[in-house]
Design a protein. Structure first.
Ligand SMILES: *[C@@H]1O[C@H](CO)[C@@H](O)[C@H](O)[C@H]1NC(C)=O
Ligand SMILES: *[C@@H]1O[C@H](CO)[C@@H](O)[C@H](O)[C@H]1NC(C)=O
Ligand SMILES: *[C@@H]1O[C@H](CO)[C@@H](O)[C@H](O)[C@H]1NC(C)=O
Ligand SMILES: *[C@@H]1O[C@H](CO)[C@@H](O)[C@H](O)[C@H]1NC(C)=O
Ligand SMILES: *[C@@H]1O[C@H](CO)[C@@H](O)[C@H](O)[C@H]1NC(C)=O
Length: 265
């Protein structure tokens, strides 16, 4: 997954090859990341090094063994730097520099490590209904942020007003939107996303879809159908039960008479 991400960024960086553009690379906390050299490394060179924030991480002279550490791995064939189990503190400006006749930068990445976002909850705070409109206020809440919005439905056409999206203090994006009658909360950053699709507009704004007088008979019809069904079922059960009892009684009478007749012989 991180490799795909990396490839996307590499493609992006190719367009800027030759320029000194820095490639942003977002990495999920706890995963590995590969930083490839972005420009051709000459066949013969004195050394190549990887630095983070101007501090040396890897120093490699051809013919010598590169030194890997607990947190990084270096390939002396393609000069890729692998960051292992990245943490927030590994964020920073990573550069690869090669010395031929002079020092030349062959890669530069701005690595941004982000933790996966927390779950998001969805609550319906208030509903106000009239014969032709319905206003629903909902809140999407995360550990460190929340966003509220009011959806206004007029004749079943719903729209929203108020904030639809905001940046959280941890740099994530918190969003609330309607999709196919479902209210969705979306909490995302560059490496992960959580969503909550707990509520349907219909469930809260149902009566507002028609007038009360139109809604009431429907409810009544449902009740009548249900009651009639219940009565039919109950009487069926009772009838079967009664039939069984009378048959059993007949059977026991018959069998006892036969026993008596056998005994008298
Ligand atoms: C560079 O080499 C390492 C192993 O030496 C390999 O795992 C990695 O995929 C290579 N990267 C590229 C871009 O070829
Ligand atoms: C690099 O510098 C940034 C900000 O100055 C800092 O947050 C980060 O932890 C540093 N990274 C490393 C690996 O020292
Ligand atoms: C819903 O909100 C709109 C605009 O704020 C208002 O005109 C309308 O009366 C409200 N409807 C209800 C049922 O509260
Ligand atoms: C929205 O509803 C339509 C038809 O009812 C369906 O084809 C579509 O897949 C739905 N979209 C989502 C995102 O649920
Ligand atoms: C959630 O938000 C992200 C970006 O903030 C977006 O890429 C994604 O499509 C959204 N999810 C849905 C289901 O719309």
């Amino acid at each position: 997954m991180d490799h795909t991400l990396q490839c996307v960024f590499l493609l992006f960086s190719c367009q800027y090859q030759g320029s000194s553009a820095v490639t942003s690379l977002f990495v999920k906390k706890g995963s590995d990341a590969w930083l490839d050299v972005q420009e051709a490394v000459p066949e013969r060179f004195a050394y190549i090094e990887w630095n983070v924030n101007e501090t040396n991480l890897v120093f490699f002279r051809p013919g010598e063994e590169p030194i890997d550490t607990k947190t990084v791995e270096f390939s002396n064939t393609n000069y890729t730097l692998k960051l292992k189990n990245v943490q927030e503190t590994d964020s920073g400006d990573y550069t690869a520099v090669v010395l031929e006749a002079q020092r030349k930068k062959v890669a530069e990445y701005k690595v941004i490590v982000q933790a996966p976002v927390s779950p998001v909850s969805l609550t319906v705070d208030s509903v106000s209904k009239s014969s032709d409109s319905c206003n629903l206020t909902v809140t999407c809440r995360t550990q460190d942020s929340h966003i509220s919005t009011t959806f206004t439905c007029v004749n079943q056409i719903c729209s929203e007003d108020g904030d639809r999206a905001k940046a959280t203090t941890s740099g994530a994006d918190l969003r609330v939107y309607l999709q196919n009658d479902s209210i969705n909360c979306n909490h995302s950053n560059h490496v992960s996303r959580t969503t909550n699709q707990g509520a349907k507009m219909q469930d809260f704004c149902h009566q507002a879809s028609g007038t009360l007088s139109a809604g009431f008979p429907l409810c009544l019809v449902k009740m009548v159908v249900f009651s009639v069904g219940l009565i039919i079922m109950t009487s069926a059960v009772i009838t079967v039960h009664l039939k069984e009892r009378t048959m059993k009684r007949k059977l026991t009478q018959e069998s006892s008479t036969s026993v008596i007749t056998q005994n008298s012989h």
